[in-house]
Design a binder for this molecule. Structure first.
Ligand code: ADP
Ligand code: MG
Length: 315
C-alpha cells in the first residue's frame, strides 16, 4: 500500500494545532504533500500555548562499552488536555524519552518544559505509570496504602488523602480490595492499583509507558476505556507509549511515530475519529482501518531505517 495520497492522512501541523483541541478535524485539510506535511519534527504550538514542550531533545548513554545515542533529536508540544500516543520500533528510545520528560533522566542536549518552566527533576504536577507494575508497587503496603503514599509524601491532610484514595480506587473498579496486598492480586489488577495511585495524585500530566503490555486482551480493553474516562473526567494531559498500533489509534487524538534509533519524530499524525470511542464500533470504522494501515506502514518503514527528509544519517 502506498500510504501517501488516497487516504488523506492528516499530519498535525503548526496550523492544525487549533484543531487538536476540538474533536474531529476535517479530514484531508492538510493532507500529505503540502509543505507543512513534510515538517520532520513533531507538532509545535505558538509560545505560551503548550503545557508540555520537548525541544531538540537528545540523549546519549555513556557506557563502558561506548556511547549509545538513544534519542537523536525530538521536538513536539502537547496542549493542555491532550491525549497523545507515542509509537515506534523497539529500542527507539520511547522509555528514555519518557524518563527525560519525567525528570528522572537528564538530557544530553535540548530541554523539556512544563508550563514554560524547564524540567530538571520530577515535577510535582506529573505522574508516571511504568510497564513493570510488579516493581512499582510496594509489596509490604496494602493497596490503599500504596495509593496513599504519594499523597502522604506531598503532605496532604489525612481526611483529604482518604477521600482521594477511595475515589481513585472506585474509579478503577477496585473499591473492594483496599486491604489486599499487591502480590495477592492478578497482574491486571495490580496495574489498576498503579493507575489509581497516579490518578489519586491528580497530576496535570500523566505519562504511561506501555502500561497494559502484560495484561490480557479483555482487561486491556477495559483499562483503555478507563484511561479515556479518567482523562476526560480529570482534564489531564496524557502521553501514552504503546507498541500496539490499534491501541495508539483507539486511545487519543494524535499518534507521534518515532523513527528507529537514532530517533527523530517520523510523523505526527492526527487521529480524526469521532470523539466518542467504543471498543467495537470505533474499531470497525473504515477510517480506523485506514489509520491502522497507515501507522503500520510507517512503523515498518521506520524499522527498515527510513528517516524523514532532512534528518537522514550522514553517509
Ligand atoms: P524503547 O523504550 O523504545 O524500547 P529505550 O528507551 O528503552 O527504547 O532504549 C533506547 C536505546 O537506549 C536502546 O538502544 C537501549 O539499549 C539504550 N538504553 C536504554 N537504557 C539504557 C541505559 N540505562 N544505559 C545504556 N543504554 C540504554
Ligand atoms: Mg520501552
Amino acid at each position: 500500500m502506498q500510504s501517501e495520497s488516497p487516504l488523506f492522512i492528516q499530519r498535525t501541523t503548526r496550523e492544525g494545532a487549533a484543531a487538536m483541541a476540538g474533536s474531529a478535524a476535517p479530514a484531508g485539510s492538510s493532507a500529505a504533500g503540502s509543505p507543512a506535511a513534510r515538517e520532520p519534527a513533531g507538532r509545535t504550538l505558538p509560545a505560551g500555548q503548550a503545557l508540555l514542550s520537548v525541544r531538540g531533545l537528545k540523549k546519549v548513554y555513556h557506557t563502558d562499552g561506548g556511547d549509545i545515542e538513544a534519542v537523536r533529536n525530538l521536538t513536539f508540544d502537547l496542549a493542555r488536555g491532550e491525549l497523545a500516543c507515542l509509537v515506534g520500533p523497539s529500542g527507539s528510545g520511547k522509555t528514555t524519552l519518557l524518563k527525560c520528560i519525567a525528570g528522572l533522566l537528564g538530557t544530553t542536549e535540548g530541554e523539556v518544559l512544563l508550563d514554560g518552566a524547564r524540567v530538571t527533576g520530577p515535577p510535582k504536577k506529573m505522574a508516571v505509570v511504568f510497564q513493570e507494575y510488579g516493581r512499582s508497587l510496594f509489596p509490604w503496603l496494602r493497596v490503599a496504602e500504596n495509593v496513599e503514599l504519594p499523597l502522604k509524601n506531598a503532605g496532604m491532610p489525612k481526611a483529604e488523602r482518604k477521600a482521594r484514595v477511595a475515589e481513585a480506587l472506585e474509579a478503577v473498579g477496585l473499591a473492594a480490595v483496599p486491604r489486599s496486598y499487591p502480590w495477592q492480586l492478578s497482574g491486571g489488577i495490580q496495574q489498576r492499583v498503579a493507575i489509581a495511585r497516579a490518578v489519586a495524585y491528580q497530576p496535570e500530566v500523566l505519562l504511561m509507558d506501555e502500561p497494559f503490555a502484560a495484561v490480557d486482551a479483555q482487561t486491556r480493553a477495559d483499562l483503555e476505556d478507563l484511561v479515556r474516562r479518567l482523562w476526560k473526567d480529570l482534564g489531564m494531559t496524557v502521553l501514552f507509549v504503546t507498541h500496539d498500533i490499534d491501541e495508539s489509534i483507539y486511545l487519543g487524538g494524535r499518534v507521534i511515530i518515532l523513527s528507529s534509533s537514532p530517533t527523530v519524530v517520523q510523523e505526527d499524525l492526527l487521529i480524526d475519529l469521532p470523539d466518542e470511542r467504543d471498543q467495537l464500533e470505533t474499531r470497525s470504522l473504515p477510517r480506523f482501518t485506514e489509520l491502522r494501515h497507515h501507522v503500520y506502514e510507517e512503523i515498518q518503514r521506520a524499522k527498515r531505517g527510513h528517516r524523514p527528509a532532512g534528518t537522514a544519517e550522514p553517509a
